[in-house]
Design a protein around this ligand. Structure first.
Ligand code: ADP
Ligand code: MG
Length: 695
């Protein structure tokens, strides 16, 4: 339960004066529903006003506060003309101009003959001084009500800055007193203020420096957020580790058989990953490990060998893929090798039905199947293992983080299942720490030898016809071609229309050698097209991005991507990874629509220069920011409100060490600092992590 002292912060923002239901809805979209969300909605700018006692051309376009005597109101005669009020300021005339001004209100604010302080930007109009929509009008004695420094908040259409200023004034006045959760030594070293002071300072910037990410108040708040994230992950991780695992040390009999049946030698990086994985499996704690390897780095065989080790110890193993196509591909790759070692394999997907299904499920439960490959269908209630020891999940970000644990729940009562997550998305180290900080990480950074580099070219979209016509040569040589159609924002329907159009055009040129695959087809239809492409019955595959992940067709040598400028860098890299997997060199043509912006240019250039997924991901992060990198929602990466992973990467590293040390010393967060840290976790809504404390 959230502590009572935080109740107010977690009440709706509409509780504040000046935020009604309509404004509240806009604020919710921009910042979040509760007052606490406004706390983290920090100013992005600073408006500075000068008190002046006369007008002068020097002040034009500057924000000033000046004393005026109101002379006369000139209400607008028609809807387009503004409402004007003539005043005298010092020795000069100053016109106050309002568009859509309401007479009654303005006469009350600025009665003729009265003296007032007004603030706003000084302009010149028709040879006279003018101020449009003064942002403050105050009686002379209320000069203090016009601040000389005003924070400027990030806004969205329909919201005005004053709403946030007013809201901040209210919540800052009633912030609770919370015990300090940061290490005093760290505070002293970084010269950071306390939590409350930091919020006050961050919402009241006095200079441009105060707005910088490394300004003490902002850095402290960012650190708080990072620490909450790391602490939460560390709590989950400790909980996982605390669950009894099983020591699965194989005798090598199946492992060796499969290894010697491989038509190639494992790379050093694959061996290294296997050593780490089998080391974890042999240890009595639970494994929770991420295997990162660029496309084509050979993760599947690593998965198979790990599963063989589990089977050697008498357990079962499962490999789960995000799509039917991928599950089948894994199954086809694994089955022959597994069978040479005498292992029984099966595949369970949504399409396994009726008698066949019940028969497979029965054998699985009886332990007559050693390895089962599948899709989400594996989560189904009636899929029961005899003794699941190892669960491998491929392409993590398609599943979402919380699903990590669901498969492992299929293990025997009390016997923890080791979990290995595989991802082909090279996640920059900084991000990996925030999203997968609860896991140990193995990286396959080297590709199998003999891979040909993929030649990457950026081509103006206007040359599409000649690109299409030029494919004949490749086809004659028996090579296969992917043609990926533009990603149309937010609309699968439009994606499909574009793909269909391209399909027809290519069919015109190459007849029935062309196939089409897109997200709105039935799974059976997709599989059939994919099968025909793999078998060489069709040679050009027009696709929307459904082919993005993991498909392995060694004869594919050409990847054409239309409107490459609309794709994310990581995604383009994934797509390119589909070619050049066999012995033939690959070509990747990035068709772009000019003119390209500077960032778009830079992104395509990186792709031309590098085939190193990790480098590309780092550059992508630098160019776009973490949130956009993988599409935060589908990637399961956390969104940060205050921390900027690029600017605060040093703080992230400190937070990680800090979190480990804290829980090392105080695993249940019971010490005074531990209790304070619970407030931190609640503030950043890591309530779920707190649940991990007791249990
Ligand atoms: P990914 O990591 O993208 O899943 P895969 O496991 O699909 O990569 O492997 C890509 C291709 O490389 C497969 O055809 C596989 O047989 C092959 N492969 C894997 N390991 C090696 C190796 N050590 N030497 C040569 N080829 C390998
Ligand atoms: Mg793969």
């Amino acid at each position: 339960m959230r502590p009572e002292i935080l109740y107010q912060l977690f009440s709706p923002a509409t509780r504040l004066n000046g935020i009604g239901p309509r404004t509240g809805a806009l604020i919710e979209k921009l910042a979040g529903p509760n007052i606490v969300d406004l706390l983290w909605h920090l100013p992005s700018g600073l408006l500075t006003r000068e008190r002046v006692d006369h007008l002068s051309a020097d002040y034009l376009e500057r924000q000033i506060v000046i004393r005026v005597t109101v002379e006369q109101h000139f209400p607008s005669r028609n809807r387009r003309a503004p409402y004007r009020i003539s005043t005298r300021a010092g020795g000069d005339a100053l016109t106050l101009t309002y568009f859509n001004g309401r007479e009654q209100y303005l006469r009350q604010q600025l009665p003729e003959g009265a003296e007032r302080l007004v603030s706003g930007r000084l302009e010149e109009y028709g040879g006279a001084y003018q101020m449009t929509h003064p942002d403050h009008v105050a009686p002379i004695e209320a000069a203090d009500s016009i601040p000389l420094n005003e924070p400027v908040y990030p806004l969205t259409a329909g919201l005005v800055n004053a709403t946030f200023v007013k809201a901040a004034r209210q919540f800052l006045a009633t912030l609770p007193e919370l015990p300090e959760w940061l290490d005093p030594a760290l505070l002293a070293r970084e010269k950071w203020p306390g939590w409350k002071e930091s919020l006050l300072a961050a919402h009241h910037p006095r200079s441009e420096e105060d707005l910088a990410r490394d300004a003490p108040a902002r850095a402290r708040l960012a650190y708080d957020e990072l620490l909450a994230n790391q602490l939460a992950l560390e709590l989950v991780r400790r909980r996982m580790k605390r669950k009894p695992g099983r020591a699965m040390a194989g005798d090598g009999r199946l492992y060796d058989k499969i290894k010697s049946a491989l038509p190639y030698r494992l790379t050093g990086a694959q061996m290294q990953a296997l050593t780490e994985i089998t080391g974890d499996m042999a240890a009595p704690h639970r494994m929770l490990r991420l295997l990162q390897g660029d496309v084509g780095s050979g993760k599947t065989v690593v998965a198979l060998l790990a599963m063989a080790v589990a089977v050697e110890t008498g357990a079962q193993a499962t490999l789960m893929a995000p799509t039917e196509i991928l599950a089948r591909q894994h199954f086809n790759a694994i089955q022959p090798l597994a069978e040479t070692a005498g292992l029984k394999t099966e595949i369970i997907t949504g399409r396994l039905k009726g008698k066949k299904r019940s028969e497979v499920l029965e054998r699985l439960e009886q332990g007559k199947i050693d390895i089962v490959v599948g899709t989400h269908a594996l989560f189904q209630e009636d899929v029961r293992f005899h003794d699941l020891g190892l669960a491998i999940i491929d392409e993590q970000h398609r599943f979402g983080v919380h699903q990590r644990l669901r498969l492992s729940a299929k293990g025997r009562e009390g016997g923890g299942v080791d979990v290995l997550v595989m991802t082909a998305t090279p996640i920059p180290r900084t991000l990996a720490l925030t999203a997968y900080g609860d896991m140990d990480i193995s990286v396959i950074a080297e590709k199998p030898p003999g891979r040909q580099p993929v030649e990457t070219r950026a081509i103006d979209l206007s040359r599409l016809d000649s690109v299409a016509e030029g494919l004949e040569r490749k086809l004659a040589a028996g090579e296969r071609i992917y043609w990926v159609c533009p990603l149309v924002e937010e609309s699968q329907l439009l994606d499909v229309a574009a793909a269909e159009e391209r399909f027809e055009m290519l069919q015109h040129l190459y007849g029935d050698r062309v196939g089409l695959i897109h997200g709105r087809q039935k799974p059976e239809e997709k599989d059939e097209t994919m099968r025909r492409f793999m078998a060489g019955e069709i040679s050009i595959l027009v696709a929307t991005t459904v082919i993005e992940v993991g498909v392995d067709v060694p004869e594919a040598t050409v990847m054409i991507i239309e409107h490459a400028e609309r794709f994310g860098l990581a995604q383009l890299h994934q797509l390119r990874g589909r070619v050049g997997r066999g012995q033939l060199p690959g070509v990747c043509l990035l068709l772009y629509a000019p003119p390209l912006g500077a960032t778009q240019k830079a992104r395509l250039a990186i792709l031309r220069e590098s085939e190193d997924g990790f480098r590309i991901a780092e550059e992508d992060l630098r160019l776009r920011g973490a949130g956009e990198l993988l599409g935060t929602k589908q990637s399961g990466l956390p969104e940060f409100r205050l921390a900027d992973l690029q600017a605060h990467s040093r703080l992230l590293a400190i937070a990680r060490d800090d979190a480990r040390l804290i829980l090392e010393k105080d695993p249940e967060l019971k010490s005074p600092r531990g209790i304070a840290l619970k407030f931190l976790l609640y503030l950043f809504e890591r309530d779920a992590a707190i649940q991990n404390l007791s249990g």
